[in-house]
Design a protein around this ligand. Sequence first.
Ligand SMILES: Cc1cc2nc3c(=O)[nH]c(=O)nc-3n(C[C@H](O)[C@H](O)[C@H](O)COP(=O)(O)OP(=O)(O)OC[C@H]3O[C@@H](n4cnc5c(N)ncnc54)[C@H](O)[C@@H]3O)c2cc1C
Length: 405
Amino acid sequence: MDFTISEKMKTVLGMINEFVDKELIPLEPEFVTTDFKDMLPVLEEKRRMVRQMELWGPNHPKELGGMGLTMLEHGLVSEALGRTPLGHYVFGCQAPDAGNIEILHLHGTPEQKEKFLKPLVAGKIRSCFSMTEVDMPGSNPVMLESTAVKDGTDYIINGHKWYTTAADGAKFTICMAITNPDAPTYLQASMIIVPTDTPGYNLVRNIPVMGHSGSDYASHGEILFQNCRVSQKNLLGTEGHGFVIAQDRLGPGRIHHCMRWLGICKRSFDLLCKRANERIIAPGGKTLATRQTVQNWVAESAAEIQGARLLTLYAAWRIDTVGAKDARDDISIIKWVVANTMNKVVDRALQVHGGLGMTDDTIIAFFYRHERAARIYDGADEVHKTSFAMRLLRRYDEAAKKGKK
Ligand SMILES: Cc1cc2nc3c(=O)[nH]c(=O)nc-3n(C[C@H](O)[C@H](O)[C@H](O)COP(=O)(O)OP(=O)(O)OC[C@H]3O[C@@H](n4cnc5c(N)ncnc54)[C@H](O)[C@@H]3O)c2cc1C
């Protein structure tokens, strides 16, 4: 494998890093202390600048108006953007829209693409993804209670979802609901596009998460579908193929998340080292950097970040070369390894900053609050480890049985 990047990509990454440093990091004090929706005008102006530099939608196909980068290239972009919580939003490649764009591009009808995909890629509207339910275990997603029952040419959807990220202000959601209860378990659910102004679609609240309910893009919604009627034309892909489509969303999404987390690692590590070198903690100008505990954190963090980064780049390279299905193990591994590396590095950075680390005067407390969730969403650590271990053990078992024959 070869992770060398082209001269063009070096230029692109240079431009993005400069933009993040000059245009976005200075907005962070406002971002952590005000409502996201109050920042929309200034963020729209930054988005305009990004479009002008022709850096909009780095991961979206060129024919849709994006840059058409490969998985590996977008991974590197995602890392650069991840250094600030505003990066992905301003460059038009934020979750959950990025995942919705992928599946609409792959499975949408021409009409759905015209109505939902085009304005979404252009950043004119936002979307969300409603799968997780309040009363059912997200860790076992086939256990869904939400239903979409056919009535004439429509579906009538009923269900109670939550953690629908960015529901506040979204123009549509992609809802996962049971359409074929008698089919085999993995073929029971479908994805249905639901415009958020449909009667029966109710955003109950923005859930308070770690003390903040947030607003607009920076929020997580609880949603009640109450006899919500949408045309069967809004079915995405084949009926009963909700989980098949979900797989298309997960592989690339995982690389984007992990590289974003590595951007958070990089930023937190930079802050950790800077503080360690500057903070005098004993007479004679002795800084935190003179203490072995801090030196250990610096060495361990650097090594762990490098290990996590190589694993992620390898998984991206595998997706680009053999496809997401065959790269399943590699995709599984990075989810929990990178999430835990990030949590460790952010925690050490916070600790080195002492009381300052707990305030919103640096970005570390925001990372600490928000990124704990990385060990839960898109599959909790334990679930990924279990399914990966089971696949490994099965292979050993099969090999042993063959050996006996
Ligand atoms: C910030 C955030 C954003 C999210 N955004 C979205 C979104 O946009 N759309 C959406 O649909 N969902 C979203 N989710 C939901 C997320 O996908 C679920 O929270 C996740 O799948 C876990 O499901 P659960 O919360 O129901 O936990 P449960 O399934 O109840 O699991 C609870 C805990 O049990 C343990 N556990 C579960 N299964 C096993 C097992 N087999 N072995 C050992 N331990 C196990 C794990 O520690 C797990 O954390 C988001 C969640 C968060 C926190």
